[in-house]
Design a protein around this ligand. Structure first.
Ligand code: F6P
Length: 552
């Protein structure tokens, strides 16, 4: 067990020694701290100097990685071993963006061939849409594409489309329907012309209730709007690992793009799940995204742990989660194009590592992934920064920003970055009582008010942050950034000895929901429910209008 490893025990002792150290003093003691605790890879600059660490901390964390056999397990990832041990599958998202011709075999088959074939199909299809060779049922070219999918079948694509807006030159609008809340579908469909809209049903299983419900609703909407029951056929393509289910839904063979069971949903952006990105921003942009991710794969695979960006990010997380007992990790991008990044990372991190048993099924006796949350700055500053500055909890934060903005609006970006830099400095240095007293005396406060307000205005500081910056936000840097977080999640899973690639925790809710639906429709309410659930279903039946049976 992890907690019995020698490095873990050394870290526990080391924590007792350095817990009370202040980062401000660590900077004062080492003029080279910024240079020593920062690194650059794939165009990303990673400053981790504002952390509660010393060189000895890093040495011990790296030792923990070594004792966890990180490098052997990293090779198992890249070489297609069945590291997803509960589903007996590889996790080969790296092959999806692989630029080298090194074959990778799964069950004897070189999957790189399949990946390349599907990328070619995406390129050909998108070109046919752009040139009008592929049109809607009335012969008009497509003007909009709607992705119908949820979780890993949408969250990454929406981030990438947000980021690539300044580079999107295809002329198509992109939209996303993910939630089964009918408002989302209505809000999207209300803005669209059925004749010129293409729908992508993205679902690895082609069995997710929300997605299939939305797909049926859209199919009906199209047929009604276009006046015949086959009109929808020219407006639907599918992305799935279950071709037979897409065929059963009625989608034609040539309109089905393949993904595979050896790629996890939340790691599938780089596959045909990225089709909305291609149709919105173009294949060249998508290739740049793959290039960026591949560059990070090479960095992660070839760089010694002590200079390895995902490894250092992962180890710093372990330090706070398992030794400082921090139960949250903030993602604070200072660029509106990245406003959906926290939501994507929530699934990537918490669906991967929100586990409490080891790969062997033993209950862990240590913390695993915390709550991952965040919001783009500076809105967050006016919402929750009070807590991260003066609250009782330690909340490590990743601050992320490009140095150049895609939008040249006066001095807005410079002002945005002043906050970006100031916040990590403030979180680290804090403000001592002496400094606050001086501030208040200089501002003319009288002694009584100073004594009364002093403690309210003191900032303890010592609040750790990582800063990730890059010259500009484009497809390539985004690909590297997202791949960096994928590998960070992998490294933490290795150290926690958990399976980062299954998600059994999502199944129970889905199963219970399927049993409740007929009870909302009027079927007898099962006595198996607790009294709360029974009472709430009865409340629903008293107050809700009878839902129409969803169109099958
Ligand atoms: O959230 C559970 C989950 O299975 C995710 O892992 C997945 O990304 C999402 O649902 C959608 O699944 P599918 O792509 O099969 O519709």
């Amino acid at each position: 067990m992890l907690t019995e490893k020698p490095a873990w025990r050394s870290l526990r002792a080391h924590f007792d020694e350095i817990e009370s150290l202040h980062i401000r003093d660590l900077f004062a003691a080492d003029e080279q701290r910024f240079e020593s605790f920062s690194l650059e890879a794939c165009g990303l600059f990673f400053d981790f100097s504002k952390n509660r660490i010393t060189r000895e901390t890093l040495r011990l964390l790296l030792l923990l990685a070594e004792e966890s056999e990180l490098e052997r397990k990293r090779e198992a990832l890249f070489s297609g071993q069945p590291i997803n041990n509960t589903e007996n599958r590889p996790a080969l998202h790296t092959v999806l963006r692989q630029r080298s011709d090194q074959s990778v075999r799964v069950d004897g088959r070189d999957v790189l061939v399949d990946v390349r074939e599907e990328l070619d199909r995406m390129r050909e299809f998108s070109n046919a849409v752009f040139c009008g060779a592929v049109t809607g049922s009335t012969g008009r070219a497509f003007t909009d594409v709607v992705n119908i999918g949820i979780g890993g079948s949408f969250l990454s694509a929406v981030v990438v489309c947000d980021v690539l807006k300044p580079y999107a030159k295809t002329g198509l609008g992109v939209h996303f329907i993910s939630d089964v809340d009918g408002k989302e579908a209505v809000d999207v469909l209300d803005t669209l012309n059925p004749e010129t809209t293409l729908f992508i049903v993205s679902s690895k299983t082609f069995d997710t209730q929300e997605t299939m419900t939305n797909a049926r609703t859209v199919r009906q909407w199209l047929n009604t709007a276009l006046g015949n029951d086959d009109a929808w056929l020219r407006h639907f393509v599918a992305v799935t690992a279950h071709e037979e289910r897409a065929l059963a839904f009625g989608i034609e063979q040539g309109c089905i793009f393949r993904i595979w069971d050896w790629v996890g949903g939340r790691y599938s952006l780089w596959s045909a799940i990225g089709l909305p990105v291609v149709l919105y921003a173009g294949m060249e942009q998508f290739e740049q995204l793959l290039e960026g991710a591949y560059a990070m794969d090479c960095h992660f695979r070839q760089t010694p742990p002590e200079s390895n960006m995902p490894v250092i990010m992962a180890l710093l997380g372990i330090w706070y989660i398992d030794f400082f007992d921090s139960d949250a990790q903030a993602i604070l991008p200072y660029d509106r194009h990245l406003q959906r990044l926290p939501g994507y990372l929530q699934q990537l991190e918490m669906e991967s590592n929100g586990k409490s048993v080891t790969r062997q099924g033993q209950a862990v006796d240590y913390e695993t992934v915390p709550v991952v949350w965040g919001q783009s700055g500076t809105n967050g500053q006016h919402a929750f920064y009070q807590l991260i500055h003066q609250g009782t909890r330690l909340i490590p934060a990743d601050f992320i920003a490009p140095m150049r903005s895609s939008y040249d609006v006066g001095d807005h970006h410079a002002i945005l970055l002043t906050h970006f830099f100031a916040q990590t400095e403030a979180l680290m240095t804090g403000r001592t009582a002496t400094e606050v007293r001086q501030d208040m005396e200089s501002a003319g406060f009288d002694k009584a008010d100073i004594d009364r307000l002093l403690q309210h205005r003191v900032f303890a500081g010592n609040r750790p942050t990582n800063t990730i910056v890059f010259p500009e936000l484009n497809a390539r840097t985004l690909g590297s950034l997202l791949a960096c977080y994928e590998h960070k999640v992998f490294v933490q899973g290795v150290i926690w000895d958990i399976n980062s690639f299954d998600q059994w925790g999502v199944e129970l809710g889905k199963m219970l929901a399927r049993g409740i639906l007929p009870e909302l429709m009027g079927k007898d309410i099962s006595d198996n429910h607790d009294s709360s659930t029974r009472g709430l279903i009865r409340y629903y039946r008293r107050h809700a209008c009878r839902p129409k049976q969803s169109s099958s």
